[in-house]
Design a binder for this molecule. Structure first.
Ligand code: PLP
Length: 338
């Protein structure tokens, strides 16, 4: 099976299994797990923040961030296609009583003028804006890498109105790799950032939430409130530390995505969005088939991809996919659609 559904399907390698087996552990709720403490310190250092917090999932990290930055009843400004809006079960409303003001944006990042007009001051009728949420890379737009200037401009527009900014950087290291900029250039303009360890980096479990010391203190309490206080979490933080070493591999994933896209472009009826990172979106309407039918015939030939809208399917490259896998996948996909 060639599994191109997501970069979350990677399985831990020998080094990660060894790290799990040998990790020094303690009770992390008491702050006594040395492996978790090392992971949090190392990620804060990488991201250029004062502190960081290990959380079970990216979704929890985003939801904690929203809770910490806001007060119940406020608005969150976000791109309409962003993960917090589309794929987190309305958690902003469910967990924190927030209303989302969705923006239609270019490349998934609001322009400063859009941010300025979207922000509302609190008065007798309006709840006030509590947070701007940005995303990089932008998943639903096909893994677009948003350049630091755009992040900075949007964040500045929010800060000018005293609104804090959270960056959903599930694939932040993919963005930094594609743009060839230090990851700190992408994090510097924002107040908090989430990055996943369990996607392209390949850790079995976990994401990081990073920000100021006081933000992370509050986030630690909120993680407990949300049921995310873990005990001997060094068992999973050990492999996560190994995963941090995999940043250079992301470049290979991006090359493989480009190779995949070039090949898919030759398939009759496929319209391919040129990839910027490790995600390839394909509009399959030209085949006369709907995504489920295309995916079923791919599955018959042992290739997996993901439905991604009424006419679109998504392929995602990752560290368990080699160049040869891409070549084999392309042969099978051509045969499947022919
Ligand atoms: C995957 C993803 C998340 C959520 O991460 P989980 O660990 O799956 O909860 C959040 N934001 C973006 C952009 C993602 O791609």
């Amino acid at each position: 099976m060639i599994d191109l559904r997501s970069d979350t399907v990677t399985t831990p390698d020998e080094a990660m299994r060894e790290a799990a087996a040998t990790a020094e552990v303690g009770d992390d709720v008491y702050g006594e797990d040395p492996t978790v403490n090392e992971l949090e310190a190392r990620v804060a250092d990488r991201l250029g923040t004062e502190a960081a917090l290990y959380v079970p999932t990216g979704t929890m990290a985003n939801q904690i961030a929203a809770r910490v930055h806001t007060e119940q009843g406020q608005e969150v400004v976000a791109d309409r296609q962003s993960h917090v809006v589309k794929y987190e079960l309305g958690g902003l409303a469910q967990h924190s009583g927030l209303q989302v003001r969705m923006l239609d944006t270019d490349r998934g990042v609001p322009a400063p003028e859009q941010v300025a007009t979207a922000i509302v001051d609190e008065d007798l009728h309006r709840p006030g804006t509590g947070l701007l949420c940005l995303e990089n890379t932008h998943n639903a737009r096909g893994g677009l890498a948003i350049d630091p200037g755009k992040i900075d401009a949007a964040a500045t527009a929010a800060h000018e109105r005293d609104v804090p900014v959270h960056l959903d950087g599930a694939r932040l290291f993919n963005a930094a790799t594609a743009l060839d900029v230090p990851v700190t250039e992408l994090t510097a303009p924002v107040d908090s950032v989430m990055c996943s360890l369990s996607k392209g980096l390949g850790a079995p479990v976990g994401s990081m939430l990073a920000g100021s010391e006081s933000f992370i203190d509050h986030a630690r309490r909120t993680r407990k409130l949300f049921g995310g206080g873990m005990r001997q979490a060094g068992i999973i933080a050990g492999p996560a530390l190994e995963a941090l070493e995999n940043v250079p591999v992301l470049e290979t994933d991006h090359e493989n995505a480009r190779l995949l896209a070039e090949g898919l472009d030759d398939v009759d009826g496929f319209e391919v969005q040129e990839p910027e990172t490790n995600i390839v979106l394909v509009d399959v309407s030209g085949t006369g088939l709907e995504p489920p039918a295309v995916l079923e015939s791919l599955r018959d030939r042992d290739v997996l991809a993901t439905p991604f809208g009424p006419t679109t399917i998504r392929f995602c490259t990752h560290r368990d996919i080699a160049r040869e896998d891409v070549e084999r996948a392309l042969e099978r996909i051509e045969a499947a659609v022919a």
